[in-house]
Each structure stands twice: as structure tokens, then as C-alpha cells.
Design a protein around this ligand. Sequence first.
Ligand SMILES: Nc1ncnc2c1ncn2[C@@H]1O[C@H](COP(=O)(O)OP(=O)(O)OP(=O)(O)O)[C@@H](O)[C@H]1O
Ligand SMILES: [Zn+2]
Length: 928
Amino acid sequence: MAGKDEVLDAEGLEARLLLLPAAADCGGGGGSGGGRKWKKTYLDVLGVCCSAEVTLVERLLAPIDGVRVVSVVVASRTVVVEHDPAAASESVIVKALNKAGLEASVRAYGSSGVVSRWPSPYIVASGVLLLASFFKWLFPPLQCLAFAAACAGAPPMLRRGFAAASRLSLDINVLMLIAVAGALTLGDYTEAGAIVFLFTAAEWLETLACTKASAGMSSLMGILPAKAVLVTTGEVVSVRDVRVGDVVAVRAGEVVPVDGVVVDGQSEVDERSLTGESFPVPKQPHSEVWAGTLNMDGYIAVRTTALAENSTVAKVERLVEAAQNSRSKTQRLIDSCAKYYMPAVVVVAAGVVLIPALLGADGLEKWWKLALVLLVSACPCAMVLSTPVATFCAMLRAARMGIFIKGGDVLESLGEIRAVAFDKTGTITRGEFSIDSFHLVGDKIEISHLLYWVASIESKSSHPMAAALVEYAQSKSIQPNPENVGDFRIYPGEGIYGEIHGKHIYIGNRRTRARASSPQTIQEKGDMIKAVSIGYVICDSELAGVFSLSDDCRTGAAEAIRELGSLGIKSVMLTGDSTAAAMHAQAQLGGVLEELHSELLPEDKVRRVDGLKARFGPTMMVGDGMNDAAALAAADVGVSMGISGSASAMETSHATLMSSDVLRVPEAVRLGRRARRTIAINVAASVAVKAAVLTLAAAWRPVLWAAVLADVGTCLLVVLNSMTLLREKWKGGKKDDACRATATSLAMRSQLAADAGAPNAAAASAARSPAAAGREQQTNGCHCCPKPSKSPQHSVVIDIPAGGERQEERPAAAAVVANCCGGGGEGTGYGASKNPAAVAVVASCCSGGGGGEGTGCAASNKPAASGASQGCCSAGEGGINGRRCTSVKPACCDKGAADVSDSSPETAKDCRNARCRASGGREDDDLR
Ligand SMILES: Nc1ncnc2c1ncn2[C@@H]1O[C@H](COP(=O)(O)OP(=O)(O)OP(=O)(O)O)[C@@H](O)[C@H]1O
Ligand SMILES: [Zn+2]
């Protein structure tokens, strides 16, 4: 696992070469487009610096026959060419660019635009000669060496400058050459040499920095294997030949070649390359797996659900690529200004020389130099780079965290968000309903018949409730048969309809009852009043059944909303579910939401989003995409959740959270803000430095080399400043990360517990030692689980559009407290849930993780002292060192001890290290 980012095997490389062109074939399988087969080639073009070169590259390549689309990514100095290799081969394209001195080379996939670490001989020669010339005070003829320095370093500049000038574009090379020529005319050789050396050296440094930034891009997606092994025949085939429905074998340590569903075997899979989560995810039959993720420790057979070129990773790759090319508002503004600005500066510079000359003024040399300084300072490089490089770095950082942002515009909007609307089912809650009760109404129908009809119709629905109902029927040994269902219809926000065995059946909420004209009122039973979501089955206009379901909040949801609050952002919930369900979720969250809007139809959600925009300003909508597509599109930033979420959601939303970790939402906002700040600093710095140089030149003395240094220096500064966005840790973010790791790992574990149907997490929390329980009580105000930011009495607006009335509600105080830090949720209504995950989650938030300063299991360096409560140990599958030591089953408790906290520090430490070694990993530095 270690070094997945670094290690590049030939096979992987080949895969990337094969796969991407396959994915990029746009000519309808190569058929259309005059029988041409289009291919995308990525070129590293080191000579691309300003937007001036963008036009140059386009002018160079567009006339070549067989070249269809050319796009230039300034930030990573990449040129993407869509071409027909038969008509225009890669070498033809490279030659065309290199003739203009642009230093182009074809990028091998998986490599990352590698630039030689060492400066070119031109730069070295120029530097050495310049240095030697400084000894002219010892031996005056050495002065000539400065001239030689200028000549030695000039060839690349000359080639590029000439290519640009001959195509009538004014680029930085031309400006610098004018400055060099000017200095030589004035007989100032040292200045000329200094300009050449500074310029070429700074360009090289800048390229080096840019490369480092773009290096992450290629390693981002992990490496896809070129071959796959078919289980049926044992044949090794190219991944491109794997069809949908084939079963492929994935052994331990191999990368999953295609998206699919596990049909056999068990394993843990590292999905970091897609989700940014560094926690292995257990997989068993029926689990989904994705191409590009790493099978860590077991054999699995995977039935493919998509062709290699349509796998999620390929889609994401295309998305990132599109994002790289899309320009943000700020960038477009700067680019359009730069177009007029360069010629304007040349005119002004000419005026600076010509006017004094015409007026017969003295000291023409000074004016001449001033004009040159003006020209050099005019280079808008830094300004032009200020946005794209920052955007690029921020998007890369986001992608590494498992957030895919579809463009610079979205990134900028993220930083402006004032309100966030969350969908409930599947976003704030897990979207994994469990049926609490299912009652028959009347005695005309047998329950087994009704369940059979309901399950058969629900089999056709993808709503989370449908899965729960089908499962419920199956648990009663009733097998649904969707083939018998006719005239299936979906009523968004209401429910579904279908015909089976001549019966007309509606299943859904209150609205469905009205639609099916079922007027009778029912006596709601005690367990239903307590339950949250209530559904009705109407058979031939008569109410035939009532069921109640419940769902639990995601771990981290409350924390995410609180974090948003601390950023000054309002959070509201928009749900199609009942008011009771909305309030139940609010209570679980500790009353952190500002507003709840329930029983909304999809179009109501759009209206609410518009309302939020009007009231608070830029608004984000976070949804799972089932029926939020319109609201996602209406928001300033629409964020869809999860890779498994609907494909359309990924396409309509502006950003996608690859994992279902809601905590990424505030992180994304923070990243957006940081990106905005970085861009502002970049722009301000580049303007300020130029202004300072010009002022100095006008007020005191025009110093050419200082102007050059300022120009290339700010370029470099802008790149380096942007690269700070790539840094892993936020300022003071260590604690956050630690807590996050705990939260995710515990969520994962409780998930596991729920999946396995084993209430071990619940048992763990029940078997807690009194000592541990005492500690939990002390840490109730910890970072992971701060006390509710508002008093439980804080009133929320409950909006019930169905009745049109507004109601003031007070969430129950007990529920609020219990939600966050209560031990297991006793007596809170949901502590009684049948779903073991519910208890586990509650326990995990604080009791499991321990919470508090440095006490998150994942972060603990003192396992026995604080970090080790049940979540780390008894709940099972995780390790203390939540990152790499996770795949080995734990044994970190002393015999007879309830958990690690009751074990000796030595035992805990030994166990942790043993696990690290066993899993072939090393301890994370920051966790040690
Ligand atoms: N397949 C279904 N079976 C039963 N009830 C359904 C079904 N689809 C929808 N409903 C009912 O319609 C309501 C609204 O559904 P909708 O999908 O709009 O929202 P939701 O998924 O419950 O919540 P959210 O809007 O927070 O995601 C549900 O709460 C449920 O009562
Ligand atoms: Zn510049």
C-alpha cells in the first residue's frame, strides 16, 4: 500500500495510455467524423507561461490537418490535443510546437509532466559567465563576460520570442528581448546579462514548482491495471475487452480493474484514490467496488457493472480535466484585460521615449531606460497566473480529499456560501431505513398477500424506503416478483403506484392517500406515534396497511453543521419526508439546524433554495440526488453525495462528495474561502510589486534588472503561494483531522456492525467499564462533541407546506443531550431503535471515540491513557492507529480487560505496532 502514489509499474502506465484514449474516443466509436479515430494526447509544454502563449499554441496547431481540439492548461503547462493519429501523429504535433521553442514532449500517462530537476546548460552557462563578470573590478576586460552571459542564455528566449513575434503575438519573451536589446544599446552589458540569467532561471524554477503541483493530478486516481482475469475461463484479458456482466477475479494487493459488485469472497478495499478516506472498507457479496481502488487483504470476484471507459474513475478523470480547462470569472476578467493591456503598454512605453525626444529633452538615456522598465514591468505573467494556478491547486487538494469540484467558478462560489440546505434522507441520515412496524388495516386482505404486493411494487423503486420494505417482506419469507407489476408509476415526493393481480396499489405518504382517495382515518398505534416516517398502502382506494420506518443520522452530520455555523453559515433541512421525521433528525442532531422544511415536493425544494438565496445570499444545496436534481441545479453550488449516488446527480451537481462524509462540506467551504484569499493575495502582490518598481523607476532611477527580478520573482511567488493550498493540514487542523479520523473510522465500524447484523458495537457500549464511562462524562464538552451550540430550548421554525401553517417546536432536551454525548442513547426514543448502527453511532460520537483533546482513537499517542475506549477495540475491525493498521484484526486488550483502557499501556502500544508491521504499513507520523 505504501507508496501507491509513487510506484508506477509499466503495466499501470500502459493502462493509462490505453484507457484514456478509449474513454476519449468521441467519434461514436470512431465511426463518425469522416471515419476518423480521434485520440487525446497530453503534452508537457514547458514554454507555456502566459496567456500569450495560449494563442500561440492554438495558432501553431490549429492549421495542422487532423487536429480537432486544442486546449491549454497554463497552470500545469499542459496542452491537450484531440487529433487523428493517422493524419497528425504525436511527433508532428510535438515538432510543430518545438519549432517555436516551446519545449514540448508527450506525457506518458502516470508520469506527471516531469521536468528535469537541473537547469538547462543555457542557464548554467549564463549564470557562470555573469558571476565571472562581477570580477571586472579586478580585471576590467572581464566585463565582456557579461555580454557573453547574455548571449549564452538567450537562445531559448530568441527561439520562443521569434515564434511569437512572427505570429504577431507579444509575449514575455519578446518583452524581455526588447529589454536586453535596450540594455545592450546603452552599453550596459551587466544589465543585459542579468536580465537573461534572472529570466531564464526564474522560468525554470517556476516550471519546477508548477510541475510539483500538477504531479498530484496523475497520481490522484491511482493506477488502473491493464489486464483483468476472467473467473469463468481464467483467461487474462485487456480491461477494454471486459464486458458488462463478466466476472473478474481480484486478488489481495491488486487494483480493482472495473466497477462492479462483489459476487464472491470477502476483503477490505482501500478507496482512498476515489473518496479520500484513508480507512479500508469491508466488502462482501453484494458490496459495490470501484475501479482504481485497492483490494487489500482477500480474494474477491467482481461482476462488472460498467465498461472500463465508463467507470467512475474514468468519469471523474474527465470531470477533472474539464474543470482544469474551465475558466473562472476572475480568470476570464484577467485574461480579457491582458489582451488589451499589452499593446497599450507598448504604446505608452513608446510615448515615454518619443515625447521627450521630440521635445528635445536632456538625459534621453533615463527616458529610454524608463521605457524599458515599463515594458518589462508590463508583463502580466504573475497577474495571469494568479488565478489558474491557485484554482488548480485548490481543485487538486479537493480531489485528494474526495471532493470533485467541476470548475474554477464553483470553487469561487464555494467561498461565498452563506447558507446550506441539506436534504434529509441519504444526506443527513444514512438513507438506510428499517421498518419498525407494519400493520394491516381492516381484515379483507391477508398480511402475506399485502406484503407480497408491496414488496413486488417496491422492487421497482430506488427510493431508500423501497429497499427497507423489500427486505422486510423477505425477512417474512415473502419473495417479491416485480415482473407481475404493471403500470408502475412514481409520484415524486409522494410515493409509488403499481398494478398487481388486478389490484391498484398506492404506497407512499399522506399525499398519496389523498391521491388514492382513501378518506378513512386510522387509529395510530402507540409505536407509530413514536416512529418517524409513516407510510400507507392503499389498495383499490381503501387503506390496507400502515407502516412506520426510521433512519439514523450520519456520524459527523451534527459536527459538520456546527462547523458551518462557526463559519457564519446557516444550515437548513429540506425534506420530502414528514415533519415528525424532520424533527426526529433535528433532535438527533442536537437542534443544530436553523430551519426545517418538511413534506416538500421536488419543486418546493427549488422554491426554498431560491428563498434562501434571497434571504441569506449564495446558497449551497447538498443532496443525494434522488429527486434533488432540480434543487441542486438551482443552488449556487449543488453538491451531490457519494459515488454510489445516481449518475445524473453527479452530472447535474456542481460538486460531488465521493465519500458520504458530510464533514467534507465545511471543508469544501473552507477550501473555497482559502482559494479566494490566495487569489486575492496573488493579484494584490503582483499589482503592488509592479507599482513599486514603476514608482521607484519614475521617482529615482530606472533599474532594469530590478524590474526583471520583480517580474519573474512575483511569478514565482504567485506559484509558491498557490501551492500552499496543496498543504494537507489546515492551520491548527491537526485536532480536526484526528477527530475526523475517529468519526469516520467509527462510523465505518458501526456500519460494519450493522452490515454483519451483529450488535457488537452496541454490546461494546453496554459492556463499557465504569472507568471509561466516567471519562466520557468528563469529556462531554470535547471538540468532537461540543455541547450543543444552542440551548436545547432554541426554537426552530417548522415549516409544513401541506397545511400551510407554522408551528413552534422545542426539541426534547433529553434527546438533544443524548444525541451528542449520551452514553448509548438510553431513553431517548432512538436508543430503542432496532438498528444496531443507531446505538453504535451514538456511542461512537463520544463514548466510542473518547473525544476530547487528542483522545480520538485514531490520534492517540497514549492509547491506554486516553485514546482507547471501546470504539477502538471491542467494536472490532478498526485499529488504534486508524490509518494503516486497520486490516489486521485487533487483539489489543489484555486478557480479561474490557477494552484497551483497561489494558496496560505496553499491551496497547505493542498491539498497535504489531498491527502496523503486519499490515505492511508504517505508523503515521502525525499519529505516532
Ligand atoms: N418508493 C416509496 N415507497 C414508499 N414511500 C415513498 C416512496 N417514495 C417516496 N415515498 C414517500 O414520499 C416521501 C417523500 O419522498 P422524497 O423522495 O421526496 O423525500 P425523502 O427521500 O423522504 O426525503 P428527502 O427529501 O430528505 O430526501 C417519502 O418520505 C415517503 O413517505
Ligand atoms: Zn512575467
